[in-house]
Design a protein around this ligand. Structure first.
Ligand SMILES: Cc1cc2nc3c(=O)[nH]c(=O)nc-3n(C[C@H](O)[C@H](O)[C@H](O)COP(=O)(O)O)c2cc1C
Length: 149
């Protein structure tokens, strides 16, 4: 199975840790949204889209890429994120914007993953130490399940 992860992670590289864990199980390439040619996505059997959550949604580079994708029928994709706060909603609420764009293009969302990621500036910080080893083990299990789909 040829897999690609499209990743934008800048704040503390939290989502990058999750992406690398998933990629190591899937044997996936990792690319920045700006380096993705929408046409090349046809080559992949499974595509993951992940970033931190900023202002309640994925990074705008992922949302903009989703807008540019050609319509396609039934390509399997997954969505992941890290966020300062907990999102216990199922489906994951902070994934809604990206999910809806991908679904409107005909992509099939096979699974989604979110965990906490440290958010901090001088003097304040929430979710310190996250993602931690348990989060990354959960990401590993998530990726193992993707291999079974
Ligand atoms: C500008 C900005 C906006 C953020 N907005 C949210 C938010 O709306 N909800 C939330 O739970 N976390 C929010 N966070 C925290 C990030 O989602 C969290 O730190 C994430 O792990 C960052 O991922 P990254 O290190 O991969 O960039 C925000 C962080 C930044 C820098």
């Amino acid at each position: 199975m040829k897999s690609l992860i499209i990743l934008y992670s800048y704040h503390h590289h939290n989502t990058e840790k999750v992406a690398k864990t998933i990629a190591s199980i899937l044997g996936a390439d990792i690319k920045l949204p700006e380096d993705v040619n929408p046409e090349e996505l046809q080559e992949y059997d499974l595509i993951g889209f992940g970033s931190g959550i900023y202002g309640g949604v994925h990074h705008k580079s992922l949302l903009e890429l989703a807008d540019k994708l050609p319509e396609i029928s039934g390509k399997n994709v997954f969505i992941f994120s890290t966020s300062g706060g907990t999102d216990n909603n199922r489906p994951i609420k902070c994934h809604s914007a990206l999910r809806e764009k991908l679904q409107s293009k005909g992509y099939t969302i096979v699974d989604e993953f979110n965990c906490k990621g440290f958010f901090g500036f001088v003097g304040i910080g929430i979710s310190r130490g996250r993602p931690n080893s348990i989060d990354l083990k959960n990401a590993e299990d998530f990726a193992q399940n993707l291999l079974k789909i």
